[in-house]
Design a protein around this ligand. Structure first.
Ligand SMILES: NC(=O)c1ccc[n+]([C@@H]2O[C@H](COP(=O)([O-])OP(=O)(O)OC[C@H]3O[C@@H](n4cnc5c(N)ncnc54)[C@H](OP(=O)(O)O)[C@@H]3O)[C@@H](O)[C@H]2O)c1
Length: 266
C-alpha cells in the first residue's frame, strides 16, 4: 500500500494479453495478491475474463479492450487509462503476442511487419510510455514475456526468434539506463507452454509435416525432460516472483521456464 493525496492505494499493474494464457494467469496471481490490474487484450471477450478476475481477490481489474499495433498512440492510451483509473503504476507485464510457424523466407513481408508491430514495437512502445509513471511511483518492474527462441533461434519460428532476440537486447539496455530510478527489467522465456498459442503452433507444425495437432502436441510433451510442459500458471508464478521485492536485485537478465527442454546457456 502507498498513500496518494491522503488515500491509500494498492500497487498497480498493466498486464497485456490478459484475456487468456500467460497474461491471464499473471493477472489472476496479481489480483489474488491485492494488486490492481489494467488488463489489456484486443477482443471484447476480455470483459468476461475481467469479471472473473474481480471475484478472485482484493485487487481490482479493469478491462482495456485495445488492439496493440506498435504505435506510440496506442501505448499512451493504455498508460493514460491506468493513470486515470488508479493514479499510479508499479508493474508492467508485456504478454500480448504470438509466434507463427514459418521460416525466414516463407514468412511474408506483411507477417514480418505484423509480428514485429504487435510484440517488438508493442512491448517497446508500452515501456517507453510507462516509464514516466513508473518513475513518479518511485520505481517499478517491467517483465516481458519473450521466449526461448530469442536465445536459441528456431528455424520454424523465424519471426518470433528475431522479435525475441531484439527484445533481449532492449531489456538489457533499459535495465542499465533506468537502474538509478529503481526500475527493473526482466525477460521471462517460456518454452512450449500449454496455452491456445501452443495449439496454434502445433497446427502450423502439423500442416508442415502432414500430421495432426494432437500428434504434434504429444511430441512436444514427450520431449519435456521433467515430464510435462509448463502451464500458464507455472509461468505466472515465475513472473510473480520477479515482480516481488524478493527479486529486488534481479534486472537486465532473462529467466527460462521450459521444463528443461532447451540446452543453450542462459
Ligand atoms: N505459449 C507458448 O508456448 C509461448 C512460448 C514462448 C513465448 N510465448 C510468449 O508469451 C506471450 C503470451 O503467450 P500465450 O501463450 O499466453 O498466448 P495466447 O494464449 O495466444 O494469448 C495471447 C494474448 O495476447 C493478446 N493479444 C494478441 N495480439 C494482441 C494485440 N494485437 N493487441 C492486444 N492483445 C493482443 C490476446 O488477446 P485476445 O484474446 O483479445 O486475442 C491474448 O490475451 C506471447 O508473447 C508469446 O509469444 C509463449
Amino acid at each position: 500500500m502507498t498513500t496518494i493525496g491522503g488515500t491509500q492505494v494498492g500497487r498497480v499493474a498493466i498486464v497485456t494479453g490478459a484475456s487468456r494464457g500467460i497474461g491471464r494467469a499473471v493477472a489472476e496471481l496479481l489480483i489474488r495478491q491485492g494488486v490492481h490490474v489494467l488488463a489489456v487484450a484486443q477482443h471484447t471477450t476480455l470483459t468476461t475474463t475481467v469479471d472473473q478476475l474481480n471475484t478472485m481477490g482484493t485487487g481490482r481489474a479493469v478491462a482495456s479492450v485495445i488492439s496493440i499495433d506498435g504505435s506510440e498512440t496506442t501505448a499512451e492510451q493504455i498508460v493514460t487509462q491506468v493513470n486515470t483509473q488508479f493514479g499510479r503504476l508499479d508493474y508492467v507485464v508485456n504478454a500480448a503476442g504470438g509466434a507463427r510457424v514459418t521460416s525466414v523466407l516463407d514468412g511474408s513481408w506483411q507477417q514480418w511487419h505484423d509480428d514485429f508491430n504487435v510484440k517488438f514495437w508493442g512491448y517497446l512502445a508500452l515501456i517507453r510510455a510507462a516509464v514516466p509513471l513508473l518513475k513518479k511511483s518511485g520505481g517499478g518492474v517491467v517483465v516481458n514475456l519473450v521466449g526461448v527462441a530469442g536465445k536459441d533461434p528456431n528455424p520454424n519460428l523465424a519471426i518470433a526468434s528475431a522479435v525475441n532476440g531484439a527484445l533481449r537486447a532492449v531489456t538489457k539496455n533499459l535495465a542499465d539506463d533506468l537502474a538509478a530510478f529503481r526500475i527493473r527489467f526482466v525477460n521471462v522465456n517460456p518454452g512450449a507452454t500449454e496455452t491456445d498459442l501452443l495449439r496454434q503452433m502445433a497446427g502450423g507444425y502439423a500442416a508442415k509435416r502432414n500430421s495432426s495437432i494432437e500428434a504434434m502436441m504429444a511430441e512436444m510433451r514427450q520431449k519435456a525432460p521433467l515430464g510435462r510442459l509448463p502451464s500458464a500458471e507455472d509461468v505466472a508464478n515465475v513472473v510473480g516472483f520477479l515482480l516481488s521485492d524478493q527479486a529486488s536485485l534481479i534486472t537486465g537478465t532473462s529467466v527460462d521456464i521450459d521444463g528443461g527442454v532447451h540446452r543453450g546457456l542462459a
